[in-house]
Design a binder for this molecule. Structure first.
Ligand SMILES: C[S@@+](CC[C@H](N)C(=O)[O-])C[C@H]1O[C@@H](n2cnc3c(N)ncnc32)[C@H](O)[C@@H]1O
Length: 297
């Protein structure tokens, strides 16, 4: 089989749904769906077979069981199978529907007909193997924060998106009117997906630069960014944040997401010790999103 995906099936106690979703997201799955069945939930998630080894699936099973034990719940049943690209597409795509986010965005699956007069900014996506469909709270919090940041002089803003995944935040920034965006991700599949989503949304290539890598790729571009978007797990933000000053100016702002509530204090300390100020903190489910700015401003 070419272009195969692992379909991971987790049958769990309903109280574990959120932690199972979180664990599958952190593992790198896309297109997660849930169905209620009698007294349990069946969570299905998908990941390209080239991204992992069968041994990783055994480790995932162990983590899912440990997560259950830590809240004294029954351990979930975990199974997996290899499926073709076609089965993957018909499997999860049917559950993903257009979704309104914030006051202005409508996230719109690439394979649906375009509505005639959308009242919202249509952000068309085929996330493929990349993270970023808009269903995850960390992405939603970023898009909502972006809307708030773009209330004036949007057309002058240069934005960096670190960990762009499907490109959802970069494209969102362009739709809101950003002058230019630079998107980076360490995952080559995410880069491929981000580029094709930019085309899907008719974004000019010279205004949205997409590079494989991380903050060092942004440094090479020698642009000073007005805003940084960074929806990556807290551990990675801790590593990247000390370099933010090199690619920003004294009035820049940033949106940091992918942070669990219990990690908020650690991130607030990090922000302040590097000369930035927390302007707002938004929460959804177990996640929080920091809106910050350089302290000199
Ligand atoms: C949670 S996803 C966010 C995707 C999208 N920006 C969104 O908001 O939905 C995090 C992305 O960061 C990428 N990533 C992880 N570590 C990174 C690093 N050190 N530098 C750049 N990207 C990284 C991952 O490959 C993944 O695509």
């Amino acid at each position: 089989m070419s272009n195969c995906w692992w379909e991971i099936i987790v049958v769990c106690d309903p109280i574990l749904e959120e932690s199972v979703f979180w664990r599958l997201d952190s593992f790198g799955c896309s297109g997660t769906s849930t169905q209620a069945e009698d007294t349990s939930y069946v969570v299905k998630a998908y990941i390209p077979d080239i991204k992992i080894k069968p041994l990783d699936l055994s480790a995932l099973t162990l983590w899912l069981k440990e997560d259950a034990i830590s809240v004294e719940a029954t351990a979930p049943e975990v199974s997996w199978q290899l499926i073709s690209e076609e089965d993957w597409a018909s499997g999860w795509k049917q559950y993903w529907q257009p979704q309104k986010i914030g006051d202005r965005f409508l996230i719109y699956p690439a394979w649906l007909d375009i509505p005639q007069n959308p009242e919202r900014l249509l952000l068309r996506l085929d996330p493929g193997a990349a993270f970023g469909t808009g269903t995850h709270p960390t992405t939603q919090l970023c898009l909502e924060s972006l809307e708030m940041r773009f209330y004036e002089e949007a057309e002058t803003l240069a934005i960096a998106d670190i960990g762009c995944g499907s490109g959802i935040l970069s494209i969102g920034a362009m739709l809101l009117g950003a002058k230019e965006v630079a998107a980076v991700d360490t995952d080559s599949l995410a880069i491929k997906t981000c580029r094709s989503n930019c085309q899907l949304n008719d974004i000019e290539q010279k205004r949205l630069i997409v590079r494989e890598g991380s903050i060092s790729e942004l440094t090479k571009l020698e642009t000073t960014y007005d805003g940084i978007l960074c929806n990556i797990l807290a551990d990675i933000i801790v590593q990247l944040f000390p370099h933010f000053n090199t690619i920003t100016h004294d009035k820049s702002w940033a949106i940091l997401s992918g942070i669990l509530l219990e990690q908020a204090n650690q991130i607030a300390d990090l922000v302040e010790s590097n000369g930035w100020t927390v302007a707002a903190l938004w929460k959804r489910q177990e996640w929080c999103c920091f809106n910050i700015r350089r302290s000199e401003y």
